[in-house]
Design a protein around this ligand. Structure first.
Ligand code: ZN
Ligand code: ZN
Length: 131
């Protein structure tokens, strides 16, 4: 499965990658540098990060869009996926994250939530009856 690298146009073979080995390594190195710089400078702008890591601004925006950065530049234009509030870290704002119950990630399910309690009550009743 031969294809042309999206970055340099070189022909290479890989089932999923769109970049040749050299370009892929370059992107990975940039990603590491960008990630580490942002962890050390959480308030940095895209331009600052690009300059400090010698990375392409487009590449940094690509990392942001892909959600690969846990800390994003402050002018990345990132918004909460739930309420749309501008955020600097992650994909969901602190408020929505706080309100999100890990057990209800797939949406509120009041019916199935009641069941364990009812089952437990029934179980306790059985125990009481046995005594
Ligand atoms: Zn390439
Ligand atoms: Zn939110």
């Amino acid at each position: 499965m031969l294809k042309n690298c999206e970055e340099c146009g070189k022909v290479f073979a890989h089932p999923t990658r769109v970049l040749c080995e050299d370009c892929y390594k370059k992107v990975q190195a940039s990603y590491q540098a960008v990630k580490e710089y942002l962890q050390q400078h959480p308030g940095a702008t895209v331009a600052e990060v690009a300059q400090a890591t010698e990375s392409d601004v487009d590449l940094i925006y690509q990392f942001i869009r892909e959600g690969r950065l846990s800390v994003v530049p402050k002018d990345a234009g990132l918004t909460c996926e739930i309420c749309g509030t501008p955020i600097q870290v992650g994909r969901i704002c602190r408020k929505c994250r706080g309100e999100l119950d890990p057990s209800s990630v797939r949406g509120p399910q009041p019916e199935s939530r009641k069941q364990p309690d009812e089952a437990r009550v029934r179980y306790l009743d059985q125990i009481r009856r046995r005594r």
